[in-house]
Design a protein around this ligand. Structure first.
Ligand code: DGL
Length: 278
């Protein structure tokens, strides 16, 4: 177990395989404007969704170690696939608040009027034990259609948010769900909120779309409060962005997704995980 004595003024570390976690970062910024944030994308290994759980766990441990080495007082795994593979390992490793994400099966089932719910997620998430547990805990009596969506993450990483190819892929994934009469759709990957306008357009006005970014921000706030780690003063520090494949293209992508100019810096991870006792 790696122990530090974090200060309330320290930054929060947020990680994802790529740019998807920026959808969660936006929610955290809106709820916790005093906090300084470090965002790390493991773009050299994206997508996580088609890798084994063991590979994803190892990568997440490396990226998290790099964030802790930069002083993170808490970790947010802003990726459903990475949470399924690695959140327990992070909690064993660090005596820090660690917040993970999971598809909003519970709120979807509670708000569905017809009892038919669709979940869009990566292949890794669909196959994970966590997904099976979520469905058996919250939706055993309901009809849940779980749809793996290969290719959508890549479309977001290309900023192809409104292209015919993205529409074709989404239509293909939504059709079996809509044909079964679902009235609620869960965005089970943090890249998908960037496709929300297209999802809503293709699914139509009768379908309610759910994502859990705001709930994750609230959970983070609660944990920081419990540990007296909420920053009482505005840190004044801008968010810093890192990637294992930093490039000017990536800075351009992040800037477009956030509608603000940002620069992505290189993140080296290989030596940091090894230096963390576990
Ligand atoms: N953004 C990640 C998630 O929430 C997945 C991206 C990937 O497959 O790399 O699941």
């Amino acid at each position: 177990m790696f122990r530090t004595t974090p200060q309330a003024s320290a930054p929060i570390g947020i990680l994802d395989s790529g740019a998807g976690g920026l959808s969660v970062l936006q929610q955290i910024r809106a709820l916790l404007p005093n906090e300084s944030l470090l965002y790390a994308a493991d773009t050299a290994h994206i997508p996580y969704g088609d890798k084994t759980a063991a590979f994803v766990r190892e990568r997440v441990n490396h990226v998290a170690a790099a964030l802790v080495a930069r002083g993170a007082k808490a970790l947010v795994v802003a990726c459903n696939t990475a949470t399924a593979a690695a959140v327990e390992s992070l909690r064993e490793r660090y005596a820090l608040p660690v917040v993970g994400m999971e598809p909003g099966v519970k709120p979807a089932v509670e708000s569905s009027r017809c009892g038919v719910v669709g979940i869009l997620a990566t292949a890794g998430m669909v196959e994970s034990r966590r997904m099976g547990d979520l469905v058996s805990r919250f939706a055993a009596e309901r009809e849940v259609i779980i749809q793996a969506c290969p290719g959508l993450v890549e479309q977001v990483e290309r900023f192809a948010l409104d292209t015919p190819e993205t529409a074709r892929l989404l239509q293909q994934y939504l059709t079996p769900i809509l044909e079964r009469g679902a009235d609620t759709l869960v965005l089970g990957c943090t890249h998908y909120p960037f496709l929300r306008p297209m999802v809503e357009r293709l699914a139509g006005p009768k379908v309610n779309v759910i994502d859990t970014g705001a709930a994750v921000a609230r959970r983070l706030q609660q944990l920081l409060q419990q540990e007296t780690l909420l920053n009482p003063h505005n840190s004044g520090a801008p968010t810093a962005f890192f990637s294992t494949a930093a490039s000017s293209d990536q800075s351009a992508l992040f800037s477009r997704l956030l509608a603000q100019a940002v620069e992505v810096q290189p993140l080296t991870t290989e030596d940091t995980a090894a230096s963390v006792p576990c």
